[in-house]
Each structure stands twice: as C-alpha cells, then as structure tokens.
Design a protein around this ligand. Structure first.
Ligand code: 5AD
Ligand code: SF4
Ligand code: FES
Length: 359
C-alpha cells in the first residue's frame, strides 16, 4: 500500500495530510486521482448535472484586482440583458431539460438591482412552469436581500471566498471597506442561515498563494459545511492591477494540475457535495473540464448567454466559448461528456446530496 492510500483512507485529513496530497507528482498523483474517482462513483455516481449559465450583466461596482470586468477597467463595453433576453435563455434551458439555471452578474447593491432580481425570479419560474432550480451568483448583499431573493424562488447561491486566508484576500482586493474579507465571510453565513444551498470556491495558482493556503481553503470548505464548490485556476488579465505580479505565477500547466489535485482531495474530504468542472480549466487544457469530471467533479455549466454579449464578460483572458452560442455549447458538451463514460442527468435538478443531508 502506498502512502497516498493510507492517508486518503483516514476519516479526517489534517492540514499536513492535505498539503502532502496537493504536492504529489507522477504515479502517486495518478493514484490520488483514481481514489477520488472511485469515491465519486460510490457517493454521487457517474451523472453530470447541467446548469445553464446566463452572464446577464457585466456592470460591477467593485474593483477586485484580478478581474477583467472590474469597475475601473474602462476598456470593457458594459451590457445588461433585457428581461426578455433572460426569459428566452431560461426557456432554452427548460426546453433542453437542463434542470437548473445560474444567473451571474457583476456586483451591484442598489435598490433597483435588488428589485429587478425579485421580478426576474418570479418571471423565470412563471415562464418555465417552475421546472428549474435557480442559482444566483450576484455577490455580496445584505441579509434582507438574500431573504427576499430566496422567498422569490432562488434556491442556491454561489459566492466564492476567493482565498480563505485574510491576508492573501487583502492582497487581491483594494484596501477599502467595499472589499472586506469579514463581510464576505458573513455573507456566506447569512446565505446558509437563510436556507440556500451554498456554493463557494477559490482561485488556484494566485500570486503569493502557497500550498498551505490551498490546504486551508479545503479545510475552510469542510468546516463551513459547504454544499457546492467551484474552483478554477487563476488566469491573468492584462487590464488588471494583479497583472503586475505575473512574474510570481506558476506555469499554466502547474496551475492546471494543482486545480485537479484540489478537486480530487476535496472529493475525498467531502464525498457528497456538488463540484463544478469550471470553464477556466478549459482555458489551459482543451480537455480540462473532462479531466475534472473524471477525477471528482459532477457539475458543468453550459453557457447560454446570447452569443453577442460573450466577448464582454471576460473575467480572464482566453476565456472559451466566446464565439459560440447556446446550441454550440450544448452539442460540444454532450460530445465531451460522452467521452468520459458519464451520463448527463437531463431533466434532474441535481440538488447537492450534502445539502439534503444537512437539512
Ligand atoms: N482568473 C480566474 N478566475 C477569475 N475570477 C475573476 N477573475 C478571475 C481571473 N482573472 C473568478 C472569481 C469570481 C468568479 C466569478 O470568477 O473567483 O468569484
Ligand atoms: Fe466585480 Fe465579481 Fe469581478 Fe469582483 S470578481 S470585480 S465583484 S465581477
Ligand atoms: Fe462552449 Fe464547448 S462548451 S463551445
């Protein structure tokens, strides 16, 4: 028996165990992936859930130092889908049996935005006969807003912690009170208390980030009892302040491998959560998302944003699928998943088993 078998069989992994697993290379890394794949098969099966992703607006009031659509990037053409464009994308997801929908945007905390989301939630459920689960990814909001959106039919919420290390978080964000680690954390608590299925995640391979930080990130997710996770490699964008630190970065292939290891170790630690194979993986490796599915991920988010807006939602450079439309991404992902020996769970909500157990 190898060391990796002994460690992964433990009931609870220590910080040291996790850091060890994240550092594996060669045959032991392959063994780690095999173990994660078999745990996944056993606890969540070989189904992949589709979440139709609508990037409905790139207007953002914040200035995260890594993000291409940050407020101060004047090179971005700002857009905001009309209600009808959003309903039409929602109907597409419904007609194609996607089971669920993710509405993502930049962050706004205005009264008008809060109100619009309420209306959209009602409208989407109406136009799709309540057939879809709806996930929101609209950033930090106050608790009352989260409650109002929940009561209007949002079921899940994604809010990445980005890094669970407050000092690293500080280096990735401007030092003002709009970008506060503790606020982010409190939002996650508020979401959980409101009743949402809560998703979080981190970027991997950030400048200044160490293996110990990533081990802490996984412990954070486990301690927080998170239901869904989306983790992707950090990818630099020339129009952002963090671009100045690009010399500090790991080579792309290492960031990619590290992301796969994070997914595998997380699957071993949290056996029944939903883990996304994120689009950013595919910017590095053409088969990035398939590789993630094979070793632990069970969710994929086909982009259903109307094609003409996609070039303007560039969080990072070389984002895939910007020249495609909803139908292209559907056909593409069907073919890709067929190659992984997995089945797309058409017509199923795919709620996190972890959430159901937590309730
Ligand atoms: N590279 C990778 N991921 C990024 N995100 C934002 N900018 C980048 C980047 N340059 C991710 C953040 C955010 C999510 C919507 O996109 O983790 O939470
Ligand atoms: Fe805005 Fe989100 Fe980008 Fe930060 S990561 S600048 S909140 S869109
Ligand atoms: Fe969009 Fe392949 S998933 S083109």
């Amino acid at each position: 028996m190898q060391q990796v078998d002994i460690i992964t069989a433990k009931e609870r992994l220590s910080h040291e165990n996790i850091a060890y697993l994240l550092s594996l290379k060669g045959p032991e890394k392959i063994r780690l992936f095999e173990i994660a794949a078999s745990i996944k098969e056993q606890f969540v099966g070989n189904k992949v859930y589709f979440r139709g992703l609508i990037e409905f607006s790139n207007i953002c009031d914040k200035n995260c130092l890594y993000c291409g659509i940050r407020h101060d990037n004047t090179h971005v053409k700002r857009y905001n889908l009309s209600d009808e464009e959003i309903y039409s994308a929602a109907r597409y997801a419904c007609e194609n049996n996607y089971g669920s929908l993710v509405l993502q945007s930049g962050e706004l905390e205005t009264f008008g935005f809060v109100r619009r989301m309420e209306k959209l939630l009602q409208g989407i459920h109406k136009t799709t006969n309540n057939k879809l689960r709806i996930t929101l990814s609209c950033g930090e909001q106050d608790k009352d807003t989260y409650r109002r959106w929940y009561e209007n039919g949002a079921n899940r919420y994604l809010l990445r912690i980005e890094s669970s290390n407050p000092l690293l978080y500080q280096k990735l964000h401007p030092g003002d009170n709009r970008h506060n680690y503790h606020r982010r954390l409190n939002c996650l608590y508020d979401l959980q208390a409101t009743g949402y299925q809560v998703g979080t995640g981190v970027m991997i391979g950030l400048p200044f980030q160490k293996i110990n930080d990533l081990a802490d990130d996984l412990l954070f997710m486990s301690r927080f009892d998170i239901d869904m996770i989306g983790m992707g490699p950090y990818l630099e964008h020339a129009d952002t302040p963090l671009y100045a630190s690009r010399e500090e970065l790991l080579p792309l292939e290492e960031r990619f491998q590290l992301t796969l290891k994070m997914i595998a170790v997380l699957r071993i630690m949290m056996k029944d959560v939903n883990i996304a194979a994120t689009t950013a993986l595919q910017s590095i490796d053409k088969l990035g998302r398939e590789k993630a599915i094979k070793i632990g991920a069970n969710v994929i988010m086909p982009n259903i944003t109307p094609g003409k807006y996609r070039d303007d939602y560039l969080l990072y450079q070389n984002k895939p699928c910007t020249d495609e439309n909803a139908e292209d991404c559907k056909t593409c992902l069907e073919a890709r998943i067929a190659l992984t020996d997995h089945k797309i769970a058409f017509g199923e909500w795919g709620d996190s088993i972890h959430y159901q157990r937590r309730q």
